[in-house]
Design a protein around this ligand. Structure first.
Ligand SMILES: Nc1ccn([C@@H]2O[C@H](COP(=O)(O)OP(=O)(O)OP(=O)(O)O)[C@@H](O)[C@H]2O)c(=O)n1
Ligand SMILES: C[C@](O)(CO)[C@H](O)COP(=O)(O)O
Length: 228
């Protein structure tokens, strides 16, 4: 069940519009990225973390890791223009291990329970993702009007971590780069090679902090957890 994890945290956070890297926004006095890293710090199955960052934020990250005593980050790697490039840079820095997880730095609420279910499922096909069934009715919209209502029964909102055998995901990234394909998640690079990806039902609290209102949900999630 051992794994390594690549955590992309090198984005611009444009949709958050916070004026700073959203990974540095504090929730109950702790930066988002530290909340995320602490999950893996606490998981004995996590053998090491590769953190992908903006070079100009390197000093800030080094100080933060030291201040919060994060020990498992064994590489700080430069990100790229696209999330996919950042992830690929991170994968190349994972020096051993058979299973690798890729997890957004902006998703601080993943649980160890779900991580372990995901890693276990990866043994089945070499690829598995956390996802939750969509709750809203989905419509396809063209030029501002509804083209059709999409059958919701087979639609899932995919999250991270996404887990893969190391060789499979490296091959998928290398092929996507060669073919100039850019996907919005890593599983899409594996799917396009015709490889089965297993869905593991995740939790609705595993939100990605993307726009300002997500911070309201984040504070509510922390309060609810604190009450337990
Ligand atoms: N070039 C990029 C883009 C994104 N990410 C990371 O990938 C995760 C998911 O991406 P997203 O939520 O879209 O972050 P941003 O790209 O920063 O957001 P935006 O699109 O609003 O700028 C984030 O932890 C982000 O830091 C990254 O490492 N490198
Ligand atoms: C990888 C991801 O979190 C799965 O839902 C999502 O695709 C990232 O998208 P973003 O626009 O890069 O945040």
């Amino acid at each position: 069940m051992n794994y390594h994890v690549v955590i992309p945290a090198a984005g611009q956070g444009k949709r958050m519009n916070a004026g700073i890297n959203k990974q540095f926004i504090e929730l109950e006095g702790i930066p988002v990225i530290i909340h995320t890293l602490r999950v893996f710090e606490r998981d004995d199955f996590c053998q090491g973390v590769v953190l992908v960052i903006n070079d100009q934020e390197r000093d800030q990250f080094v100080r933060m890791l030291r201040c919060f005593e994060i020990k498992k980050v064994n590489a700080l790697v430069s990100g790229g223009e696209e999330r996919q490039q950042s992830v690929y840079n991170g994968l190349k820095a994972v020096n051993d291990g058979h299973i690798v997880l890729i997890h957004d730095g902006a998703r601080p609420f993943v649980t160890i329970k779900k991580i372990h279910e995901l890693v276990h499922a990866t043994k089945e096909t070499g690829a598995a993702v956390l996802a939750v069934p969509v709750k809203d009715t989905m419509k396809q919209v063209v030029d501002g009007h509804i083209e059709k209502t999409v059958d919701r029964s087979s639609l899932w909102a995919v999250q991270t971590p996404q887990a893969f055998s190391m060789s499979l995901i490296l091959n998928a990234h290398e092929r996507a780069k060669k073919e100039r394909f850019i996907g919005t998640d890593d599983a899409s690079l594996v799917e396009r090679m015709g490889h089965r990806v297993v869905i593991v039902e995740g939790e609705y609290t595993n939100i990605k902090l993307t726009t300002p209102e997500d911070l309201l949900f984040a504070e509510a999630i922390l309060r609810a957890r604190g009450d337990r």
